[in-house]
Design a protein around this ligand. Structure first.
Ligand code: NVA
Length: 314
């Protein structure tokens, strides 16, 4: 049965740990696994802008011995020129895996339903699981490493402030709960996480020893946290709402005052691109608690691990 990563909870808690541990191996020895030797091709498709994702997947696929094939969604016009199933049938016969950044989650699900190779979510409107794997890896690396018992994440608290209804918030809820973390979301009314995601994260947390909290007071979310993350207030596809997507989030800006409520050793994460002076201050993102450049590098290592892990099971 082909395995995919369409949303964070397509991996079990134990499987997430395996991927993170393999990422640590691959960070220490970048050429330790060559599952795409041949080279076999991997399609990397973008319907939205990208920098880190294109870079880390193309570099990573090459380091795994493969050949990345970047497909420009503006040219392919998937779902417009031809249907998602038709595209899936064409691409699926030529590549070892498909990586897709797109809008609706349903498009990704439809692609996965029509191919026999792994499909990886490289960001949808709903989830960004590869980024959250990188973030979890970064927190583990910074706060306790990868002991024989696995990445040091369980029991630690992870706070996210800002748009609680976006892809990052949803993936933090699911991915953090799988890791056994105490996940706290600080977001304004009207921008709270989707109920079904919250319920799913709560159910996962009950099995992993983690917990889930949603607060409209950002200080409550951040209090004592080991890691604090934020993200843009205007996600890709929401550019037309930029004006109304500012005022509600101002109290959730990740600044020195808010960060002072976290643990003294807390690390700061941001998936980037960052808008200094909006969701995060320059003082914080460029300050000593920030691990955003490690976080960006770690996309490479976790995505290689994920692809290698999925290909072993394909
Ligand atoms: N929430 C952001 C994440 C960017 C990596 C967006 O979807 O644009």
């Amino acid at each position: 049965m082909t395995r995919h990563l369409l949303r964070d909870d397509d991996l079990t808690s134990a499987e997430q740990r395996e991927v993170l541990e393999l990422a640590a191996t691959l960070k220490a020895d970048r050429f330790a696994r060559r599952p795409l030797e041949g080279p076999r091709a991997v399609a990397v498709i973008f319907d939205k802008p990208t920098l880190r994702t294109q870079l880390s997947f193309t570099v990573g696929i090459a380091e795994l011995g493969g050949q990345p094939v970047v497909v420009d969604g503006n040219l392919a016009k998937i779902g417009v020129r031809e249907s998602v199933p038709d595209v899936a049938r064409v691409i699926g016969r030529q590549v070892a895996a498909i990586v897709w950044r797109t809008f609706e989650q349903a498009r990704l699900e439809e692609m996965a339903a029509h191919v026999e190779v792994p499909v990886v979510n490289a960001l949808t409107d709903d989830y960004h699981p590869c980024q959250v794997l990188a973030d979890l890896f970064t927190v583990a690396e910074r706060t306790g490493g990868f002991a024989s018992s696995g990445p040091a994440l369980a029991g630690r608290s992870f706070a996210y402030v800002g748009d609680g209804a976006n892809n990052m918030a949803h993936s933090y809820l699911l991915g953090g709960a799988l890791a056994g973390m105490d996940v706290r979301i600080g977001a304004p009314d009207g921008y709270l996480p989707r109920t079904d995601v919250l319920e799913r994260a709560t159910a996962i947390a009950a099995t992993t020893g983690g917990s889930v909290l949603v607060a409209t007071d950002p200080r409550e979310a951040v209090a004592g946290a080991s890691a604090v993350a934020t993200d843009t207030w205007v996600s890709m596809g929401q550019e037309g709402q930029s004006a109304e997507r500012e005022a509600p989030f101002v109290p959730y800006q990740l600044n020195a005052e808010l960060l002072a409520h976290a643990a003294p050793s807390a690390v700061v994460l941001h998936c980037l691109p960052a808008y200094r002076g909006k969701e995060i201050t320059a003082e914080v993102i460029d300050g000593p608690a920030s691990v955003v450049w490690d976080e960006a590098e770690n996309r490479l290592h976790v995505q290689k691990a994920l692809l290698a892990w999925l290909l072993e099971r394909a």
